[in-house]
Design a protein around this ligand. Sequence first.
Ligand code: MN
Length: 253
Amino acid sequence: MVPVIGITMSVEVGNGAEETDKKELIVSREHSDAIISAGGLPYFLPFTTDPKIIEQYTQHLDGLLLTGGWDLDPYYYGEEPQQGLLEIAPSRDESEIALTKSFLQTGKPILGICRGHQVLAVVLGCTLYQDLDRQYKNGLDHRPKIPRNRPMHSIQITEGSILHGIYGQTTGRVNSMHHQAVKDLSESVMVTATSNDGVIEAIESKIYPNLLGVQFHPECMAETDPQAQRIFNWLVEQSGKIKQQKKQEQILY
Ligand code: MN
């Protein structure tokens, strides 16, 4: 069996849409395309906070992909809402945080993209800039109006990091579609890429070896940019490796 990768989904928000008539779960197919190209078997994940269902997903999936989307409720990093905070999706927050916490206990690989990278950061004890324009003056434009698949700004990658292994070099160019970013780091989290204005563009963990968060959107570039596709290859390959190891060790979760 090829590695099974769970992909989180989003929901419409605004004007109470999440709580009223628009309950469709949505996600860009770019994610599943990239996982299939990497040789993985993608599954889209519904929202749930049911501990038994979360436990089953944690057992059955070999890897987890936390996708981009709406702002995380600042409550989860101990802040009141500031000017510039945009829409939040409370049921998505609850579901992803519960699943991420459960998944972390297994050592199975997790890739977080944009919001997913921020979910990882917050679960690991970091805080976020609620709005870069207001709270990070004189930074680059991290939300330029250009095509989603176009590399927009450079990143500097830390030597020896997972991302360095993926890129094979200490610089890269990435797209950028975010108005928030990781602010204060917790002790267990390390920065493994920054843009030239110092904004955190990737994180990894000092404790969990198979964890990568990227602030950019490799799914939009995977078709045209081999380095972006290699991020998904890493998730699938690493998920396969850990699956094999667990089989050999006969560890049951
Ligand atoms: Mn950026």
